[in-house]
Design a protein around this ligand. Structure first.
Ligand code: GDP
Ligand code: MG
Length: 388
């Protein structure tokens, strides 16, 4: 430790005494803001103050300040756990492309896409491995085989050329699934459907956050009344996203909750209504009928029905999600797909199979569990992030 770092306190100053014990107690109670205030001008007095101050900064999310301090004094002078925690936090200003890259890290890393295309020799072995990689990407076996065949016939000179060609082909295929999420009505009703665990509730929270940040007045309606925890979880997301919330107790008729929510939204001039639904009922038949019933109720308020019916699919199950999509599409007019958990899978290519088979626009992708981890699907950025 550089001793010069600590200021010598001037004699005439007689600050209120701060005991390390008291500060640690405040930390324990989670009063991080208070601790940072108390130590803001005094953390240089001794090492304990410095450590406590740094921990409080990290805990309270003052990432930039904490990083500056880390740079200034070095990690050897700070509590290792708090340093680790800080380093794990995502950089504040992540560009959209960086975000996509983070989201597709697994897809890229597990398959070694970055290295694969750095090879110098093209030959039988290369093409065989290429086919295998494309199959593992989960773009669909047929597509994997036919793309490999195409590449073979082109007689490219380098792996780099192959990569560029494939990127182009992926973009071509995916361009049929471009689709903007643009709400035009007031209120716009967005219905979220999908099986349990696919990420509906989380996606609603993330989307609500995006919309309220744009200044929209957002109402979230909890029609998954099958489980009590579902309503609670959604209510929490609504709070975090600064959206209003309508829900009822477990077992209430989802239609009744929706009616109540829509009435409020139409009377109180909301911009957007995000409707969460159950992902599992007693039978599939029952579930699909329930979705149809909810659409009918929306039509009582807006004869055109929901402006969007978004089907939420879990990317980690890869192409299996196609079956789910067909199931829901058989009952309601799905207008878009949200593909979640892309960050948690190497099957990022499944989007190609989904797109080819279903031709339903992908409106958003989920690339993490935090509130900012939802992005509009951008074909260019997506494909580039997958290969780079
Ligand atoms: N890693 C990751 N996890 C997600 C994402 N979206 C949702 N999840 C997680 O998936 C789980 C199920 O999500 P939930 O919204 O409750 O699904 P629901 O049953 O469809 O409402 C939760 O643990 C979420 O945190 C995502 O984009 N990435
Ligand atoms: Mg849910």
């Amino acid at each position: 430790m550089v001793f010069g770092f600590f200021w010598k306190r001037k004699k005439e100053e007689k600050p209120r005494d701060l005991s390390v014990k008291e500060l640690n107690r405040l930390l324990k109670e989670g009063k991080y803001k208070k601790v940072t205030e108390l130590l803001k001008d005094r953390y240089r007095e001794n090492k304990q103050f410095l450590e406590i101050y740094f921990t409080a900064l990290v805990e309270s999310g003052k990432i930039e300040t904490a990083k500056k301090l880390l740079e200034e004094v070095g990690k050897e002078n700070l509590p290792p756990l708090a340093v680790a925690q800080l380093l794990e936090k995502k950089p504040k200003k992540e560009s959209l492309f960086e975000k996509f890259k983070r989201g597709l890290k697994k897809t890229r890393k597990v398959l070694g896409l970055e290295y694969f295309f750095k090879r110098s020799k093209l030959g039988e072995e290369f093409y065989e491995e290429l086919e295998e990689i494309l199959i593992k990407l989960d773009i669909g076996v047929d597509t994997a085989i036919s793309l490999t065949e195409e590449v073979r016939e082109k007689n490219f000179k380098s792996a780099e050329e192959v990569k560029e060609y494939l990127k182009g082909r992926f973009k071509e295929i995916l361009s049929s699934c471009k689709g903007k999420f643009r709400l035009t009505r007031k209120p716009s009703v967005v219905l979220f459907v999908g099986i349990n665990g696919s990420g509906k509730t989380t996606t609603i929270g993330k989307l609500a956050y995006k919309l309220t940040k744009e200044g929209k007045k957002v109402l979230i309606v909890a029609c998954d009344t099958f489980r009590a925890a579902a309503t609670e979880q959604l209510n929490e997301w609504a709070n975090r996203a600064n959206a209003d919330f309508v829900g009822d107790k477990e077992g209430t008729d989802p239609g009744a909750v929706l009616y109540k929510g829509l009435k409020k939204a139409f009377e109180e001039n909301y911009d957007t209504v995000l409707v969460d639904t159950a992902g599992r009922l007693h039978t599939k038949e029952h579930l699909l009928r329930e979705m149809q019933k909810l659409v009918k109720i929306v039509k009582k308020f807006d004869e055109k029905g929901p402006e969007e019916i978004l089907l939420v699919l879990d990317a980690t199950i890869g192409q299996n999600s196609i079956k789910q999509a067909k199931l829901f599409s058989s009952a309601v007019d799905v207008s878009g797909i949200v593909l979640t958990k892309l960050d948690g899978t190497a099957k990022g290519g499944a989007i190609v199979a989904i797109c080819k088979t279903l031709k339903i626009p992908v409106k958003f992708i989920g690339i993490g569990e935090s509130i900012e981890d939802l992005e509009p699907f951008d074909v260019e950025k997506f494909v580039n992030a997958m290969f780079e």
